[in-house]
Design a protein around this ligand. Structure first.
Ligand SMILES: C[S@@+](CC[C@H](N)C(=O)[O-])C[C@H]1O[C@@H](n2cnc3c(N)ncnc32)[C@H](O)[C@@H]1O
Length: 272
C-alpha cells in the first residue's frame, strides 16, 4: 500500500508534469472521435442555459408524458450528459439526436451512449440549439429556461409537423397553453402537441353543397363559423380537427384530418 505522502507526490507530479508524472505517453487520439483541440484554445463556450441534469425519475416521466415509442425520433436541445436520449433509446426503443454547445458534454454523452449500448441509435452533436433544424423530430425534449423556450416557440410551431410532441422540464411556453402538465417530485413537466396551421378561409363541402368555413386559431384553440353558424366545441389536436355546427339541417359534428390545404372528413371536406 503506498503511503499517503507518496500518493500526494505522484498526484502533484502528474498535475505539474514533473518527470515522475510524464513517464507515460499521452493517450493517442483515435481518428474519427470528437476530440477537437481547438475547443481548449477557444475557451469555454457561452451557455444560454447552465448545465443542470434532469433527475432520472423526471426523465422517465417526460418520456412517458410524450408517449415516446419505438421508432420515434427524439431531439433533445441542450442535451447535457445525454441521459434523456439514452433513456429514450434504451427504455422506449427510440432513436435521436442531442445537441449541446459544450464539447465536454458531447464527449460525456458519447461515452455514456457507448456504455449504455445505444451508440448506434443516438447521435450527439456540438451545435447551437438555436441553429438546430427541428422538422425531423417526432418528439422534442427541453430543459432550458423560460426565455429560451419563448425564443424557440415560433420555430417549433412553424417547423415541426402537426402532431409532434414537445415536453419541457420546469418551464412552460408563455401563452401557448400546455395540453398536459404533471408534477414529479419537486419538478413540473409540460406537454404540448404541435397544432396544424388552419387559420383562415376555407370552403366546406358536405351533402352536395358548399359553405364558407372561417377558422380562427390561437395555438390549439379554435373558433370560427361554418356558413352562418358559429362553431361549437371546436378542437384541434395536431392534425385532427373537430367541431359542431348547424349548416341548416340541424347541429352535427364534423371530424377530419388536416393535410396542408385540405381537411378530409368521412362525409365532408374543406379546401383552402
Ligand atoms: C439544464 S441543462 C439540460 C441537460 C439535459 N437536457 C438534461 O435535461 O439533463 C442545459 C444544457 O444546455 C446546454 N446549452 C446551453 N446553451 C446552449 C446552446 N446555445 N446550444 C446548445 N446547448 C446549449 C448546456 O451546455 C447544458 O448542457
Amino acid at each position: 500500500m503506498p503511503s499517503p505522502s507518496s500518493v500526494r507526490v505522484a498526484l502533484a507530479a502528474a498535475l505539474l508534469c514533473l518527470p515522475a508524472g510524464c513517464g507515460r505517453a499521452p493517450p493517442q487520439q483515435q481518428p474519427g472521435n470528437d476530440f477537437d483541440p481547438a475547443q481548449f484554445v477557444q475557451g469555454r463556450p457561452r451557455l444560454d442555459v447552465p448545465y443542470v441534469a434532469t433527475d432520472l425519475e423526471v426523465v422517465d416521466a417526460m418520456l412517458g408524458l410524450a408517449r415516446v415509442r419505438p421508432g420515434d425520433y427524439v431531439i433533445d436541445l441542450g442535451s447535457g450528459d445525454g441521459r434523456i436520449l439514452i433513456a429514450a433509446a434504451r427504455s422506449n426503443g427510440a432513436r435521436g439526436l442531442g445537441v449541446d454547445i459544450d464539447p465536454a458534454r458531447i464527449r460525456e454523452s458519447n461515452d455514456n451512449a457507448r456504455a449504455a449500448g445505444v451508440a448506434g441509435r443516438v447521435a450527439f452533436r456540438r451545435q447551437d440549439l438555436f441553429a438546430t433544424p427541428l422538422a425531423e423530430a417526432d418528439v422534442l425534449t427541453l430543459y432550458l429556461l423560460p426565455e429560451v423556450n419563448l425564443r424557440l416557440r415560433p420555430r417549433i410551431l412553424a417547423e415541426m409537423r402537426p402532431g409532434t410532441r414537445v415536453v419541457s422540464h420546469d418551464f412552460d411556453m408563455g401563452d401557448w397553453r400546455w395540453d398536459q402538465r404533471q408534477r414529479v417530485g419537486s419538478a413540473i413537466i409540460y406537454l404540448w402537441t404541435v397544432p396544424a396551421r388552419v387559420a383562415g378561409r376555407w370552403t366546406l363541402s358536405a351533402g352536395g353543397r358548399t359553405y364558407p368555413l372561417m377558422l380562427v386559431q390561437t395555438y390549439q384553440r379554435l373558433a370560427g363559423t361554418a356558413g352562418t353558424a358559429r362553431l361549437e366545441q371546436a378542437e384541434l389536436t395536431g392534425d385532427r380537427i373537430r367541431f359542431r355546427a348547424n349548416l341548416g339541417e340541424g347541429r352535427r359534428t364534423f371530424e377530419g384530418r388536416v393535410n396542408g390545404d385540405t381537411i378530409e372528413g368521412n362525409d365532408w371536406r374543406a379546401t383552402r
